[in-house]
Design a protein around this ligand. Structure first.
Ligand code: KG4
Ligand code: ZN
Length: 352
């Protein structure tokens, strides 16, 4: 089985060709970073236009690298949400066009399901497992029970963790995206110089909160001597920030493991995905937590952790194998929770 996957929900225009024996025949990602960099964040309208301009070429390049023609495809999968709606529409319409023209299956994929199932493409991990999804838009802990069967046991009550990295970088003038810049700058920093808060640490449950940490970073910067922060100041703030984030995530993840084990006493996998999973301190911390709890720890390779078409193609394969095909009247969804029945986060009323 061969599926073309299309991802356009954020600032990457991506396509990939994946087979049901877990082979990635081609995986092409075009980042729009340069288009958004002058604005210090993603501008939805610019993203949608950039997807329109790039997508046909990215798909052609994917088919060329895979060395196959459209007539060899069994299906075409596209991110159907959640995400920036302009971009999602571009990917969905393109996928529907190909599916209609070639009379092949069309699959609308939940972007989060793409992240959640990636580890089955890379490592053939069996269900159930525990997933920590940490990106620019999401911070969630999910029990992945099967295709289409997700139990959310923790989420952020305010900002996503990637957003906190990006805002910290912006406040320090380190550029966008912030995560890699904060990590690099923090390398030579003293994580003990600034006492930043550990929001939610020690509380029951597995929800997160990062807006207070962001505010504390802002105050710390304001309390520095006047003028631009010195490199050492920035390094110490970045190191302190990363340590606070890692400690909080470790604490929330430990609670999630207990919750997971309650339902699945023999459940053994902790998986981390999303752009923030690139962070080395976070990875090392999670590895330790997993070891303490006798959990297998898996972080898919970075190129498959950040947004890509292969994860969408793979989710398409998992769904097509189960006959879960979509019809061409599927409407793109700006919001699409993986677990619609999840209880609201503690103190909710805010984004999930
Ligand atoms: O998953 P992703 O590529 O896009 C979505 O948000 O869906 O994640 C991007 C996020 C950004 O907030 C970026 O700053 C963060 O991942 N990020 C990192 C690192 N690399 C990327 N955060 C911390 N450390 C990193 N090394
Ligand atoms: Zn993503």
């Amino acid at each position: 089985m061969k599926i073309l996957g299309i991802e356009t929900s954020c600032d990457e225009t991506a396509a990939a060709l994946v087979t049901d024996n877990r082979e990635i025949l081609a995986n092409v990602v075009h980042s729009q970073l340069e288009e958004h960099a002058p604005y210090g964040g993603i501008v939805p309208e610019i993203a949608a236009r950039a997807h329109i301009e790039a997508l046909d070429g990215i798909i052609a390049e994917t088919m060329r690298r895979a060395g196959i023609g459209f007539d060899e495809l069994d299906g075409v999968a596209a991110t159907g949400g959640p995400g920036l709606i302009g971009g999602v529409i571009v990917g969905v319409m393109t996928a529907k066009g190909i599916a209609a023209a070639r009379d092949i299956a069309f699959l609308a994929i939940n972007h989060l399901e793409g992240h959640a199932l990636t580890v089955r493409l890379t490592d053939a991990l069996a269900f159930p497992y525990l997933l920590l999804l940490v990106s620019g838009g999401h911070t969630q802990l999910l029990i992945v029970e099967g295709v289409g069967a997700y139990r959310r046991i923790g989420t952020t009550i305010d900002d996503a963790v990637g957003e906190a990295f990006d805002k910290t970088a912006k406040m320090l003038g380190l550029g966008y995206p912030g995560g890699p810049a904060v990590e690099l700058t923090g390398k030579t920093g003293d994580a003990r110089r600034f006492a930043l808060p550990r929001p939610m640490k020690g509380r029951p449950g597995s929800d997160f909160s990062f807006s207070g940490l962001k505010t504390a970073v802002r105050r710390t910067i304001e309390n520095l001597p006047p003028g631009p922060a010195s490199y050492q100041d920035a390094a110490d703030i970045c190191a302190s920030f990363q340590e606070a984030v890692s400690e909080v995530i470790a604490d929330r993840t430990k609670n999630a493991i207990a919750n997971f084990r309650h339902s699945y006493p023999n459940g053994s996998g902790l998986v981390v995905a999303g752009g923030v999973a690139a962070n080395n301190l976070l990875r090392a911390t999670l590895e330790q937590v997993a070891a303490q709890e006798n959990m297998l720890f898996i972080a898919p390779p970075q190129a498959l952790c950040t947004d890509n078409g292969a994860m969408i193609a793979w989710a398409g394969i998992e769904r097509l194998r189960l006959g879960l095909v979509d019809t061409l009247d599927f409407a793109p969804r700006p919001r699409w929770p993986l677990d619609p029945d999840a209880p609201k986060a503690a103190f909710a009323g805010v984004k999930a």
